[in-house]
Unconditional design. Structure first.
Lengths: 699, 159
């Protein structure tokens, strides 16, 4: 009789999340003064299909909730209701709320009814026209406790928490290793907790590794905290909201039941369940939408942890791409059967036919490979589409006026890159918002338009994708950067730095020029991590800035992380692969053509320019039994870190596409080597990391 | 590791410069003959290079050199024992070069003697314990620590 609906759930959720995204971006583009009916229609349609879908699948809570949204949107659509900013804000909040509901359902967890009830009341209030009061949703703790009292089930939980909270809380806080890398500092958390009540912290240091293995950027400590005072669990959770997803957190009331009716055990379990699993926390948390400012943080946190969970799920592929792929496979099968025919009764006069067949096969394999790689390509808009909301929320928090321009959203890039580029970009955009763009008054004083612009741009160049973040803010102050670096002892006083090098300073660990640390940025953890992340993707990052005019941060990334075109070169008995994209040219030379500088560094004069030479034999310490004539060799001119440089190798072997294998998977990073690959004969060859080698040779 | 409730554990024993060594057989992935490897630049002397193991790039460690024994010519008998080890950063696959494999032994956990303290002169960190078998000593290695000690890390420190 009944069809198993659960098989369609995944699709339903994906569609819902897509719908939510459409609603969100629609709401953000909605101009309150001059409403585009098409935008409202889009939002309405998305809401409508979520409602329909959830009704079909029996998620009545979602359906009921969406119904209210739909009614509101319908009235807006018909022009019966004015579109006001408060109403838009409530709708945005509802989108968040819906997203949390859906995530809870998807993860088979209970829906946070308190938060839903709140949003519902806010929505209904807007619907009934009580706009102004409810809309700028009310300061946190009070309402979140009052509203649910109407809701029986939810109210009980809250009441229980209230009782227990009079005594205090026992918090076990066990951060994951990379907590510090996300820019969070436990000490800061504790300081905030201490403001709530009397805090006792016991540190567990048993996980701290030996000194040699110690990575100062990893957080190996965990804490048992005791907070005594009249504090609600919401307040504690709020403090930890920045780190949820980056830690294991357990908040339990100190056992001392004052009131008899709710058994304390139930109480503990209740709270426990909520906190234990990071996913649910993200779900449970943003319930107190109240302050839009805090909402921002939670939202992005929730966003990022969600992507982390979803990371390896499914991708949507254009049917056109699949058709092309199937077509290619057909061709390969045909070629294969043709070759089979040739091989059946082979005579020497069929050699020509065989060769042609093989050539065809090669072409088809290459095409096939390209089609497969194409499937992994996703438009960068997957990342970009999140930023309008981020900019909207943060700029309103900072009281700045900022418009975000997205250019080249359809630029395609490998799925892996899309997943990994998000966090660095969030960081850079936050930086631009916080430090780059000035306050409106300052902007007017500087003769600039009141509204700042941040442009996020993506385009292909060579074998790379370039992502630029351009702001028209205050720009970087070189003198200030230098002074700061000197003060922190990061550079030597006597060294003359070029403009580029000065900008590079902001990537040094522990460097922050912000006069005032804010929630958004400026803790000095970050830019170095951003750069490291980008380098680990095989890319690099550069800054161009003009004081008073703005800053451009350009990120160069390889298109794919799986395959690259390489030139194999021989050095002694070793074979190395040089990525073709970084090769400018190759020149046959004899020893005499090299000039020694100061008896050490070698250069080669190339069309009037002096090229520094790196001897691969020397830098990799290659020993070989049959020494070649040392007077001859090939210079491979490469571009790394913006400068030309020559690698001296014995011989060029051939060009081929190589599949990148990670050395780190089983070993560790090797300086000057970006990975390994398997050659046609089954042996391993190392792929050179050109910028890394240039750096290595400078030392 | 020795907190296992099972009483017995199987160990693969092998020869290294006339001495017998053993590793937990559950860590052994496969045993293969020696074949030339690709040298990795600027790595510790005992890492001979990397090998293509069905598409995975696997580092090969010479145990003789790792333990400071005199190195030997690789011959037909030389074997590479492919081990799956846990490193601080996760699961790794490495190959170790040994002179020859000998046997698989069932060893009672109670029969494993603690490694004697040699003071500072001999590094016993990668020893799990010792076992006496037919009057000879078998040194049981803790493979998780083979590629995990200071020597590898200190190479990083050079840069």
């Amino acid at each position: 009789m009944s069809i198993d609906m659960s098989q369609f759930h995944q699709v339903f959720f994906e569609e819902c999340f897509e719908g939510l995204e459409a609603m969100e971006s629609g709401l953000l583009t909605l101009d309150v003064g001059d409403v585009d009916s098409e935008v409202i229609n889009t939002i309405f349609r998305a809401a409508h299909s979520i409602k329909g879908g959830s009704g079909t699948f029996g998620f009545t809570v979602v359906a009921e909730y969406t119904h209210i949204m739909e009614t509101l949107l319908d009235e807006m659509r018909d022009g019966r209701r004015q579109v006001t900013q408060p109403a838009v804000n409530v709708l945005l909040g509802s989108v968040d709320c819906l997203r949390e509901m859906l995530t809870s359902i998807q993860n088979e967890q209970d829906i946070n009814e308190v938060s839903v009830a709140q949003h519902k009341t806010a929505l209904e209030a807007v619907l009934n026209g009580v706009v102004s009061e409810v809309v700028v949703p009310v300061p946190a703790p009070k309402i979140s406790n009052e509203a649910p009292k109407v809701q029986t089930a939810a109210a009980e939980v809250v009441a229980q928490e209230e009782d227990a909270s009079e005594q205090g809380w026992k918090i076990s806080f066990c951060p994951y290793l990379d907590l510090l890398k996300t820019g969070n500092d436990p000490v800061r958390l504790f300081r905030e907790l201490n403001e709530l009540g009397e805090l006792t912290a016991i540190v567990n240091a048993q996980d701290v590794p030996k000194f040699y293995e110690l990575d100062p950027e990893e957080c190996n400590l965990s804490w048992d905290l005791k907070l005594v005072g009249n504090v609600s669990s919401d307040e504690i959770k709020e403090i930890f909201s920045w780190v949820e997803g980056d830690c294991e957190l357990e908040i339990q009331p100190l056992a001392k039941p004052k009131v008899i009716k709710p058994a304390p055990v139930v109480d503990a379990v209740q709270v426990d369940v909520e906190i234990d699993e990071p996913i649910q926390v993200t779900v449970a948390e943003p319930e107190n939408i109240p302050k839009p400012a805090l909402d921002t943080k939670k939202d992005t946190e929730a966003e990022s942890s969600k992507t982390a969970v979803k990371a390896s799920s499914s991708i949507r592929v254009d049917t056109e791409k699949i058709d092309a792929l199937i077509n290619m496979v057909g061709e390969v099968v045909i070629t294969q059967s043709m070759l089979g025919l040739v091989g059946e009764n082979f005579t020497m006069d069929k050699v020509g036919q065989l060769k042609r067949g093989l050539a065809q096969l090669e072409r088809h394999t290459r095409d096939l490979q390209q089609s497969v790689m194409n499937i992994r390509m996703m438009p960068i808009s997957f990342v970009f589409s999140r930023f309008p909301r981020l900019v909207h929320d943060i700029s309103s928090k900072l009281n700045k006026k900022i418009t975000l321009k997205l250019v080249g959203e359809n630029t395609e890039v490998d799925k892996a890159v899309v997943e990994l580029i998000n966090d660095p970009l969030v960081h850079l955009i936050r930086n631009s918002l916080d430090h780059g763009i000035e306050m409106p008054d300052d902007r007017i004083a500087a003769g600039k338009p009141e509204t700042g612009t941040i442009e996020l741009k993506a385009y292909h160049r060579g074998g790379h994708i370039v992502i630029e973040i351009i702001d028209d803010g205050r720009g970087l102050n070189k003198d200030k950067l230098l002074a700061k670096a000197l003060e922190k002892g990061l550079i030597d006083e006597n060294i003359q730095l070029t403009e580029k090098q000065i900008y590079e300073l902001i990537f040094m660990p522990g460097f922050s020029t912000a006069e005032q640390l804010t929630d958004i940025s400026g803790r000095g953890v970050g830019m170095d991590v951003v750069r490291r992340n980008i380098q680990s993707l095989g890319g690099n990052i550069e800054i161009i800035s003009e004081l008073g005019k703005g800053t451009t941060i350009a990120i160069h990334l390889p298109l794919t992380l799986a395959i690259l075109d390489g030139q194999s070169v021989a050095v002694g008995d070793e074979i190395y692969i040089v990525p073709l994209v970084s090769i400018v040219e190759s020149i046959n030379i004899t020893e005499k053509m090299l000039n020694k500088v100061a008896g050490k560094g070698e250069t080669f004069r190339l069309r009037g320019e002096y090229l520094p030479i790196i001897r691969m034999r020397g830098i990799f310490n290659v020993q070989s039994i049959n020494k070649p004539k040392s007077t001859e060799g090939v210079i491979v001119v490469v571009e790394g870190q913006g400068a030309l440089c020559g690698f001296l190798v014995d011989e060029l072997l051939g060009q081929q596409q190589v599949v990148i294998k990670s050395l780190e998977a089983n070993y560790r990073r090797v300086e000057g080597v970006s990975g390994a690959t398997i050659l046609g004969d089954g042996s391993v060859a190392l792929i050179l990391d050109v910028p890394g080698l240039v750096r290595l040779s400078v030392r | 590791m020795t907190t296992d409730t099972r009483q017995q554990k199987q160990f693969l024993t092998f020869q290294l410069a006339g001495e017998a060594y053993g590793v937990d057989i559950l860590k052994v992935q496969e045993i293969r003959g020696w074949e030339p490897v690709r040298v990795i630049p600027n790595t510790p002397y005992f890492v001979k290079g990397v090998l293509n193991l069905r598409g995975a790039v696997v580092p090969i460690v010479d145990l003789r050199e790792r333990f400071g024994l005199e190195s030997a010519e690789y011959s037909q008998k030389t074997v590479v024992i492919v081990l799956s080890v846990k490193h601080s950063a996760g699961q790794f696959v490495i190959g170790v070069v040994a002179d020859a494999v000998s046997d698989v032994l069932d060893i009672d956990l109670d029969d494993i003697k603690k490694t004697p303290n040699f003071g500072t002169q001999i590094d016993t960190r990668y020893m799990q314990g010792m076992h006496v078998y037919k009057q000879s000593m078998i040194m049981l290695l803790d493979v998780d620590k083979l590629l995990n000690s200071d020597e590898v890390e200190s190479i990083d420190g050079l840069f």
